[in-house]
Design a protein around this ligand. Structure first.
Ligand code: ATP
Length: 917
C-alpha cells in the first residue's frame, strides 16, 4: 500500500480528508465507528506465556525430570503406591509453582495497565483526556510540553512547538514544528516539520494536530515495537539469589551423592538410596526461591498500588529500602496545590480576598473594608491580566447532596494549572470571566510558561490593529522586564524606588508562605512577522500588581517528614518558588530550623563549583528558585556524598534528574509523560506521604524476603543434615523418599509464601536505611540459618536414633523423625517472623495466611499419620500421646527458648532500638 504523504498537503486539506473539524473534533459516534474500522491504536502485543505453558514449565526443572524418570522406573518395578504418591506430590508442587508464577505475571500485567498512556483530544467540541489506545484517524490531538505523542498527526496549530524525535530519527536536538505544507516530495521523517509522530515527545510549546495514522500504521509501528513496556526486570537481589541458588544446587547434589554412596556402602539397597538421594535433592534445592522472591516483590508492588505508588521498575522496590535522601518538589507534593489568591498588592496598597479554595463567592477588602471594583480600576486591570494570561478552565459541576433526588448544588473545579486556576477564581469573584473576555478579544498566540523562564505571555487582538500582550510570572523576572507602572492616570515611568517598594512588598508576602506572581501588560502596535520574534515582545512592560496565593502544606506531609527523620532519611525541598515562600513552608513542615538548616538558591548554586557544592550539600534543606537543570547537580552531589537518592519531578526537563536518581519519582496527576517514562515510581496522588509509605513497603518487602530465605534455607539444611549424618553414622535411612518429598510439600510451599506477605515490624521506620550492597545474609542471618539448620537436623536424627535404638522399632522411629522434622519447621516459621521482636510482640495471629498455612500443614501431617490408606503409602504408624510429647518437646523447645531469649534481648535492646529519634 502506498503511504499518503500528509506533509505535502495543507492543514485544512488534511482535516477535510479525514472529515474532521479543527475546533469541534469528531463526535463520539464517529469515533466508535472509526474504531471498529481501524482497530485500537496499539502495537501488536508480544505473545504472553499461556497458563498452560506456565504449568508445563514447572516440570522443566532438571531435578524434577530426574525424579519423574526415577518414579517411572519404580512403577515398572512394581512400586505403584510410591510412584503414584511421588507423582501426586510433584503435581501439587507444580501447581504451587504455577500459582506463584501466574500471580507474578498477573501483577506485572496489572502494572502495565495502570501506566497505560492517555491522550488529550478534542471530541464533541471539548478537550478531553482519553486512553491513547482509543485514538482514531481524524481525531484532533492537543499537544502540550512533556507529552508523549500517541499517534502520527499532521499539525494544524503550533505555538513554539518542539519535539524530541530521537527514537525515530536519532537526532538528539529537538525539532521546531510548524503547520505549513512542505514542497519537497520525498522528505525524510526528520524534515517533516509539520508532522508529529507516535512515540516521540513534545519538549516545548503547544499545538494541535489531526491524527493521520494509528497503531501499526504509524511510523514507529512500522519499524519496530518501540513502545516501552514494563517487563520483569530482574532485581539485584533476584540476580544474587540466582547465583546463590546455583551454588546451593551443586552443594546439595554433592551431598546427596555422598548420602547415596555412603548408604549403599553401609548395605542399603541401591534403588532405595537413589530414590532417597533424588528426593532429597528435590526437597533440599530451593528451586522455588526465585519464584517466591518474585511473588513477594509483585505482591508488595500491589500493596504499594493500594497506597498510591506505582512501581514501574521492579528493582526500585529493593532500592526503596536503602534510600537516605528524598528530594521533593514543593508545589503539589509537599503542598496541596489548591491555590487561593489571598493578597493583592497594587501601588502601595494591599487588598485581601476572602473565600476558600474554588469557591467563587468572595470579597475584596482594603483595611478590612469592602472595596468596589468600579472604584479600583487598577485592581480590576490586575485581575483581568490574570484571567487573560491563563490556560486553566473553570468547570461547573452539579452535584447532589444527601442522595440523588434531594438537593442539587453547583461546585466549581479547575482543569489545568492550579496557579492559573487561582487567578481565574479571583477574577470570577469580581465577575470577570474568561469566556466573556474572549468574546471581546481574540487570542493570537502564547509564549508558554516554562520553569526556566518563570513567566508566560499571551497576545490578544482587542480591536482591529490593536494588540495587548499580557504577562505574568515570578516577581524578580517580571520586574526586570518592566519600564512602566500602572497608575490611576495610565502607565507612568517605573523608578528604582518603585521597584524597591514592590520587592519589599513581595518579601512581606513571601514571608507569609504566599506564592507570588507579578502581572504586567504591554500595548503592541505591530505584530511580529516571524514567530521567533514574538519572545522579544516581552519587554517595556507595564507593571500592574502582585498577587499572593496560599497553597497550604499537605496534612500528612509533616508527619511523614518526622517519620523520615526517625528512619535516617534526609528530606530536601526543591522548588522554583521564592526562597522566603519555600522557607516559610519548610518551617511549617518542621523541615527547616532557622540557624541550623541552609537554603540555597539556583543563582547561589550556579556560583559554586562541583567541589564546593559537594562540601555543603549535606547542610542544604531547601533549594529555591531553581530550574530543573539544577536538580541534576543536586542528585549527583548527594550521590557523591554516599546518599541513595529519591528525586521527584513532573516536567520535561526534570527527566534527566529523575533518571540519574537511584529512585526517580514522577507525579501521576501533574506529571508529564516524559517524566513518567524516566521514573521508577509514579505517585498517583502526587503526595509526599506516599513516597514515605512506599519506602516503608520497600523495607517490609526486603524484610519478608529475608524471612523466607531464613526459613527455607534452615529447613532445607535440616533435611540434608538429617540424611547426611545418618549416612555417616551408619544408621538406617531416617526418612523414606516419599516422606522427604512430603516434608518439602507440607513445609516449603504455603508457609514460605505466607511469610512473603507478612506484616511489617513495628520498628521498621525507626531503623536506619539498609546499605545497598549489603548481603541478604548480613546482620547475623547466616548464623541464624546455620544454627537452626543444625538444630532441626540433630533434633530429627536424635528422635530417630532414640526410638530406633531404645524401642528397636524402625517404622515408629521414621514416623517420629518425620513428624519431628515437620513440626521443627512449623515452629521455626513463627520464629522467622521477626529478627528482633518475639512472637508475642508480633502477635501470634496477626498473619492469618500463616495461621492458615500452618494449620493446613498440621492437618496434612495428621492425615498421613491417622488415615490408614495414607499410612500405607507413607509407611507410618499412628503416634501415641507419649510419642507426641517427645516430638513436640524436641521440636518446640528451641521455639520457647527463642521467645524467652527475645523477650530478654528486647528488654535491653529496646532502649537503643525503640528510643531512636
Ligand atoms: P515546584 O513544583 O518545583 O515545587 P514551583 O511549582 O513553585 O516549584 P515552578 O512551577 O517552576 O515552581 O514555578 C516557578 C515560578 O514561576 C513560581 O514561583 C511562579 O513565580 C512562576 N510561575 C509558576 N507558574 C506560573 C504560570 N503558570 N505562569 C507564570 N508564572 C508562573
Amino acid at each position: 500500500m502506498v503511504k499518503e504523504k500528509w506533509y505535502l498537503r495543507s492543514a485544512d486539506d488534511v482535516i477535510d480528508y479525514f472529515r474532521s473539524h479543527g475546533e469541534e473534533g469528531l463526535t463520539t459516534q464517529e469515533v466508535r465507528s472509526r474504531l471498529s474500522r481501524h482497530g485500537y491504536n496499539e502495537m501488536a502485543a508480544a505473545q504472553r506465556a499461556s497458563r498452560w505453558q506456565i504449568f508445563i514449565s514447572q516440570f522443566q526443572d532438571f531435578m524434577v525430570l530426574v525424579l519423574l524418570a526415577a518414579t517411572l522406573i519404580s512403577a515398572f518395578l512394581g512400586e505403584y503406591a510410591d510412584s503414584f504418591t511421588i507423582l501426586v506430590i510433584v503435581i501439587v508442587n507444580a501447581a504451587l509453582g504455577y500459582f506463584q508464577e501466574y500471580r507474578a505475571e498477573e501483577s506485572i500485567e496489572t502494572l502495565k495497565k495502570m501506566v497505560a498512556p492517555i491522550a488529550l483530544v478534542i471530541r464533541n467540541g471539548m478537550v478531553q483526556q482519553v486512553p491513547a489506545r482509543s485514538l482514531v484517524p481524524g481525531d484532533i490531538l492537543v499537544l502540550e510540553a512533556g507529552q508523549k505523542i500517541a499517534a502520527d498527526a499532521r499539525l494544524i496549530e503550533c505555538q513554539f512547538l518542539e519535539a524530541d524525535e530521537a527514537v525515530l530519527t536519532g537526532e538528539s536536538l529537538s525539532v521546531r514544528k510548524n503547520c505549513y505544507p512542505i514542497a519537497a516530495e520525498n522528505s525524510s521523517l526528520g524534515d517533516q516539520n509539520n508532522m508529529t509522530f507516535s512515540g516521540t515527545t513534545v519538549t516545548r510549546g503547544r499545538g494541535k494536530g489531526v491524527v493521520c495514522a494509528t497503531g501499526m500504521d504509524t511510523e514507529v509501528g512500522q519499524i519496530a515495537d518501540l513502545m516501552s513496556a514494563i517487563g520483569h526486570e530482574e532485581t539485584p537481589l533476584e540476580k544474587r539469589l540466582e547465583q546463590l541458588g546455583k551454588k546451593l544446587v551443586w552443594s546439595c547434589l554433592i551431598i546427596c551423592l555422598l548420602v547415596v554412596i555412603t548408604g549403599v556402602m553401609k548395605g542399603e539397597s541401591l534403588f532405595l538410596m537413589c530414590m532417597a538421594g533424588i528426593s532429597l535433592a528435590v526437597a533440599a534445592i530451593p528451586e522455588g526461591l526465585p519464584a517466591i522472591v518474585t511473588v513477594a516483590l509483585a505482591l508488595g508492588v500491589q500493596r504499594m498500588i493500594r497506597r498510591n505508588a506505582i512501581i514501574r521498575k521492579l528493582p526500585a522496590v529493593e532500592t526503596l529500602g536503602c534510600i537516605t535522601a528524598i528530594c521533593s518538589d514543593k508545589t503539589g507534593t509537599l503542598t496541596q496545590n489548591v491555590m487561593t489568591v489571598r493578597e493583592i498588592y497594587i501601588n502601595g496598597t494591599s487588598y485581601e480576598t476572602t473565600g476558600l479554595g474554588y469557591e467563587i463567592q468572595g470579597e475584596f477588602l482594603c483595611n478590612k473594608q469592602k472595596v468596589s471594583l468600579q472604584a479600583e480600576s487598577i485592581l480590576d486591570r490586575c485581575l483581568r491580566v490574570g484571567v487573560y494570561c491563563n490556560n486553566s478552565v473553570l468547570k461547573k459541576n452539579t452535584v447532589s447532596i444527601g442522595g440523588s433526588w434531594r438537593k442539587r448544588t453547583t461546585e466549581f473545579s479547575i482543569e489545568g494549572d492550579p496557579t492559573e486556576g487561582a487567578l481565574i477564581i479571583a477574577g470570577a469573584k469580581a465577575g470577570i470571566w474568561r469566556n466573556d473576555l474572549e468574546k471581546q478579544a481574540k487570542r493570537i498566540c502564547e509564549i508558554p510558561f516554562e520553569p526556566e523562564r518563570r513567566r508566560m505571555s499571551v497576545l490578544y487582538e482587542e480591536s482591529p490593529q490593536e494588540w495587548t500582550l499580557y504577562t505574568k510570572g515570578a516577581v524578580d523576572t517580571i520586574l526586570d522586564l518592566c519600564r512602566y507602572q500602572e497608575s490611576a492616570t495610565g502607565p507612568a515611568l517605573f523608578s528604582d524606588d518603585d521597584k524597591q517598594s514592590i520587592l519589599a512588598a513581595n518579601a512581606q508576602l513571601t514571608d507569609k508562605a504566599l506564592r507570588v506572581l507579578a502581572l504586567a501588560y504591554r500595548k503592541i502596535s505591530a505584530l511580529p512577522v516571524v514567530q521567533s520574534e514574538t519572545e522579544n515582545l516581552e519587554c517595556d512592560l507595564v507593571f500592574v500588581g502582585l498577587m499572593g496565593m496560599i497553597d497550604p502544606p499537605r496534612e500528612a506531609a509533616k508527619q511523614s517528614i518526622m517519620v523520615c527523620r526517625q528512619a535516617g532519611i534526609k528530606t530536601i525541598m526543591i522548588t522554583g518558588d521564592h526562597p522566603n515562600t519555600a522557607v516559610a513552608i519548610a518551617q511549617e513542615l518542621s523541615m527547616y530550623q532557622a540557624g541550623k538548616s541552609r537554603v540555597l538558591t539556583g543563582a547561589e548554586l550556579d556560583a559554586l563549583n562541583d567541589r564546593e557544592f559537594k562540601k555543603i550539600v549535606n547542610d542544604v534543606v531547601v533549594y529555591a528558585r531553581v530550574s530543573p537543570s539544577h536538580k541534576l547537580r543536586i542528585v549527583r552531589a548527594l550521590k557523591q556524598r554516599g546518599h541513595i537518592v529519591a528525586m521527584t519531578g513532573d516536567g520535561v526537563n526534570d527527566a534527566p534528574a529523575i533518571k540519574e536518581a537511584d529512585i526517580g519519582i514522577a507525579m501521576g496527576k501533574t506529571g508529564t509523560d516524559v517524566a513518567k517514562e524516566a521514573s521508577a515510581m509514579i505517585l498517583t496522588d502526587d503526595d509526599f506521604a506516599t513516597i514515605v509509605a512506599a519506602v516503608e513497603e520497600g523495607r517490609g518487602i526486603y524484610d519478608n524476603i529475608r524471612k523466607f530465605i531464613r526459613y527455607l534455607l534452615a529447613c532445607n539444611m535440616g533435611e540434608v543434615l538429617t540424611m547426611f549424618a545418618a549416612a555417616l553414622l551408619g544408621v538406617p535411612l531416617p526418612l523414606l523418599p516419599v516422606q522427604i518429598l512430603w516434608v518439602n510439600l507440607v513445609t516449603d510451599g504455603l508457609p514460605a509464601m505466607a511469610l512473603g506477605v507478612d506484616g511489617h515490624d513495628r520498628n521498621i521506620m525507626f531503623r536506619p536505611p539498609r546499605f545497598p550492597g549489603e548481603s541478604v545474609f548480613s546482620r547475623g542471618l547466616s548464623h541464624k540459618i546455620m544454627a537452626r539448620g543444625f538444630q532441626i537436623g540433630f533434633s530429627t536424627l536424635g528422635v530417630f536414633a532414640y526410638v530406633y535404638f531404645i524401642k528397636d522399632d524402625l517404622v515408629l522411629a521414621r514416623t517420629m523423625a518425620f513428624t519431628t522434622l515437620v513440626f521443627c519447621q512449623l515452629f521455626h516459621v513463627f520464629d522467622c517472623r521477626s529478627e528482633v521482636a518475639s512472637i508475642m510482640d508480633v502477635g501470634f495471629f496477626t498473619n492469618k495466611y500463616l495461621i492458615g498455612a500452618v494449620s493446613c500443614s498440621v492437618l496434612m501431617q495428621l492425615a498421613v499419620l491417622y488415615i490408614p490408606v495414607l499410612r500405607n503409602v507413607f509407611a507410618t504408624v499412628p503416634l501415641l500421646p507419649t510419642d507426641w510429647a517427645l516430638v513436640l518437646i524436641v521440636s518446640g523447645w528451641t521455639f520457647l527458648l527463642t521467645i524467652l531469649k527475645k523477650i530478654l534481648w528486647r528488654r535491653t535492646a529496646s532502649r537503643s532500638v525503640f528510643s531512636r529519634t
